[in-house]
Write a protein that binds this ligand. Structure first.
Ligand SMILES: Nc1nc2c(ncn2[C@@H]2O[C@H](COP(=O)(O)OP(=O)(O)OP(=O)(O)O)[C@@H](O)[C@H]2O)c(=O)[nH]1
Ligand SMILES: [Mg+2]
Ligand SMILES: [Zn+2]
Length: 292
């Protein structure tokens, strides 16, 4: 007999799968996945069959999208969590993650945490103007975290960001849970990788995923599988400027560029445009080398 379930997490090769009747099964994946180099992951819809008594994942249904890092499938909303301080706000990394999400067809929203430590009003305005839902939260004002509930959508929501930005703290505030959180290393000014596995939690009929935070350096190294010519389409606020002189304008200094004009007039934020230039350079640099 075959049944379909949703993979909530994987620890040491053992998957926890939620079945339609509410049961949770602990399953291994069938050996042939390893041969194919394919790994089932949280967010996957898995076909479970019985081998003897033990339930096994025999197949995974095709994914509507997938985020390479952290590896989660079928995301309905990616919530990028960035702190105002400790670790310091990093708009370049945020813009990179937004571009990766856009390219993967994943809808994104932004939460800026720790606004008790630093004022990020300018950045809130920049991302809201760019067309992203963007909220500021401070863990000691629970109302701000409750507002994040308004960002959640049906299906699978996933929190993602650097270690120590406060993803698990936010999840606890939303769900009233007491999942483990960790202090920031004072010496290094970054998180301690408290959350170790990706896990989807059930909350009021939807799912919210907590993920292990990136180390700041890892994020810099995340490879964007985006073609240079596709990058502009991953900056959503560029899309409304259609009147560039050249129909294939890349907005990098060509004459008669409407996007550049919008940057000069302040319609498009200078920091977003600087990220676009920097990511273009990054893609060019990496494409000189064969893929790992
Ligand atoms: N001042 C302040 N501290 C916060 C806020 N939110 C979280 N923190 C603190 O930041 C630290 C890290 O929080 P976590 O929730 O463990 O961070 P995380 O993003 O889950 O980190 P990883 O699991 O390592 O990826 C904890 O000491 C929290 O108390 C906030 O709004 N303001
Ligand atoms: Mg955590
Ligand atoms: Zn242009």
């Amino acid at each position: 007999m075959e049944e379909k379930g949703l993979i909530l997490r994987c620890i040491g090769g053992l998957y926890t799968v939620k079945m339609p009747d509410g049961r949770y099964l602990e399953c291994k994946a069938r050996g042939l996945f390893r041969k194919d180099g394919f790994s089932p992951t949280a967010g996957d819809w898995a076909i479970i069959s019985r081998e003897g008594e033990a339930p096994v994942i025999s197949r995974v249904l095709s994914r509507k999208n997938t985020l390479p890092r952290p590896p989660v499938a079928n995301i309905d909303r990616l919530i990028l969590v960035f702190s105002a301080a400790e670790p310091a706000f990093n708009p370049g990394l945020l813009d990179k993650m937004l571009a990766i999400a856009a390219h993967a067809g994943i809808d994104a929203a932004i939460v800026i945490t720790k606004t008790d430590l630093e004022n990020v009003g300018d950045y809130l305005a920049i991302y809201q103007k760019a067309g992203y839902p963007c909220l500021a939260v401070d863990k000691d004002h629970p109302g701000t975290a409750k507002a994040v509930k308004g960002l959640l959508v049906e299906g699978i929501n996933v929190l993602c960001g650097n270690s120590g930005v406060g993803k698990t703290t936010l999840l606890n505030l939303i769900m009233g849970t007491q999942l483990e959180t960790g202090e920031i290393s004072k010496k290094l000014g970054r998180g301690r990788h408290t959350t170790r596995v990706i896990e989807l939690y059930e909350y009021n009929g939807i799912y919210i995923g907590d993920t292990p935070g990136f180390a700041a350096l890892d994020m810099e190294e995340i490879r964007m599988d985006i073609d240079e010519r596709e990058l502009a389409s991953c900056f959503r606020e560029f899309a409304q400027y259609k009147g560039c002189k050249f129909s294939d304008c890349r907005h990098l200094g060509e004459p008669g560029c409407e996007v550049k004009k919008a940057v000069e007039s302040g319609e498009i934020s200078a920091s977003r445009y600087a990220s676009y230039q920097r990511l273009t350079e990054e893609i060019k640099r990496l494409s000189k080398w064969p893929k790992k």
